[in-house]
Design a protein around this ligand. Structure first.
Ligand code: PLP
Length: 234
């Protein structure tokens, strides 16, 4: 019998080729860029296919799905890294902390405080990114560019957090507008990093930006984590 690779395996191959090509074009090492497969629209069978094909980073935007999928898969795979990428409500913080290898979407002081408190209670330090609204679109989450320094200061002072970098979603716009969002995040990342002390700098190293429609632009602008859904599953 001729075994046929699933379309998910083919998608992942194609995606890795496009990521490599974009890195090469940008003069970047492909090892600097990690793919998170955003699994919010798919079930366990699709996730298992991606696992069989070597993917270990998955992104969810709702805490019940994070809990359910993680619990279902942990007996078979002990090395999955779950990323929480959605809006965070304070009453869901206890479900997310400790489960998410990285929370991408810390957008306010009260959520930063709630995550830190919960992490301290559990005796862990929770890796997080601060989400920035680089487009100014009111329907998007994220701290404003002008509010970032204040949020960063607070987050850095919290014992339960390890602040690893920044995240954004690009403007809904033509390529130039998308690029402007990513460039703005990269600039804010560098400014933020410059404001940190030597010790804090070493683990402030992640820039989460780029989705199915714009990840090649994100790579050119310095992304280190791509959050890709449709191009993996469809
Ligand atoms: C859904 C989602 C993605 C993935 O989007 P695609 O267009 O399917 O690649 C990335 N980031 C966030 C925050 C999302 O909610």
């Amino acid at each position: 019998m001729i075994s046929e690779r699933s379309h998910i395996a083919q998608n992942i191959d194609r995606l890795n080729e496009r990521i490599s090509a974009a890195c090469q074009k940008a003069g970047r090492d492909v090892g600097e860029v990690r793919l998170v497969a955003v699994s919010k629209t798919v079930g366990l069978s699709e996730i298992r296919e991606a696992l069989a094909y070597g993917v270990r980073d998955f992104g969810e935007n709702r805490s019940p799905s994070l809990v359910e999928k993680q619990d279902e898969l942990k007996a078979d795979f002990n090395d999955i890294r779950w990323h929480f990428i959605g809006h965070i409500q304070s009453n869901k913080v206890k479900e997310i902390v400790g489960r998410a290898a990285l929370i991408h979407s810390v957008a306010s002081e009260h959520i930063a405080l709630a995550i830190s408190q919960r992490a301290e209670l559990m005796g862990v330090r929770q890796p997080v990114l601060l989400e920035v609204n680089t487009s100014g679109e009111p329907q998007k989450d994220g701290v404003s560019a002008s509010g970032l320094a204040g949020l960063l200061d607070l987050a850095m002072s919290l014992k339960g957090l390890q602040v690893r970098g920044l995240m954004t979603m690009a403007a809904i716009a033509e390529e130039s507008g998308v690029r402007a969002s990513f460039r703005a995040l990269k600039r804010l990342f560098e400014e933020s990093r410059d404001s940190l002390d030597v010790h804090e700098k070493t683990t402030f190293d992640l820039l989460s930006m780029g989705m199915t429609d714009d990840f090649e632009i994100a790579i050119a602008e310095g992304a280190t984590i791509l959050r890709i859904g449709r191009a993996v599953w469809e």
